[in-house]
Design a protein around this ligand. Structure first.
Ligand code: ATP
Ligand code: MG
Length: 171
């Protein structure tokens, strides 16, 4: 039995994240999905709450043959003890998946096995791009799994991010 760990902010969970999880699912039996910056929401860069992101991830992974545990991880802003912080919130895991250099460095220093995950269509499959399209009223739905569209609609996410973006630009 192998349990993996994969962390992101998932603002929102998009097709790039989903491709990574599908690849990981070929190698592990169970996966902890760490929801980073869990305490952040209602900003242009972090519009969705941890609870909303749990919904996106749980509904998107329901058809995968993989036991998944979404675990909210609050920001600590203290990199030297970040791995301990993660471990304090997460089920035990055997291997961490990441392509983020800081995350790789911190896990390796703590003696955790890290496996790289390749990039999928990064030109458009990027949270920043999805959020910019949401604000501009452009097509964002084609970049995320269908259940994410439902969650964003259920939570009034488009109206929220558009209004927040206006207040940002008006100071
Ligand atoms: P943002 O623009 O908000 O930072 P993001 O797309 O980078 O959004 P994160 O939540 O920061 O999303 O990503 C979590 C992890 O998933 C990161 O390690 C990131 O490199 C990885 N990731 C993001 N997009 C892709 C993609 N298209 N293919 C593979 N990995 C990805
Ligand atoms: Mg990122």
């Amino acid at each position: 039995m192998i349990r993996g760990f994969y962390i992101g902010r998932f603002q929102p969970y998009h097709d790039g994240h989903h491709s990574v999880v599908e690849r990981i699912a070929e190698e592990v039996d169970e996966l902890v999905v760490g929801i980073g910056s869990a305490d952040q929401s209602h900003t242009s860069s972090d519009p969705f709450t941890a609870g909303e992101r749990i919904m996106m991830i749980t509904k998107s992974l329901v058809d995968l043959d993989l036991v998944t545990y979404p675990v909210p991880i609050e920001d600590l802003n203290r990199n030297s003890v970040w791995v301990s912080h993660v471990k304090s919130m997460s089920p035990d895991f055997d291997v961490a998946y990441s392509n983020n250099p800081l995350v790789v460095q911190l896990f390796e220093e703590a003696g955790v096995e890290v496996r790289g995950s390749k990039m999928f269509n990064r030109e458009v499959l990027e949270g920043t791009e999805v959020r910019e399209r949401m604000i501009a009223g452009d097509d964002w739905a084609s970049l995320v799994p269908d259940p994410v569209v439902e969650v964003v609609e259920e939570t009034g996410g488009i109206q929220r991010i558009q209004r927040i973006a206006r207040s940002d630009s008006n100071g």
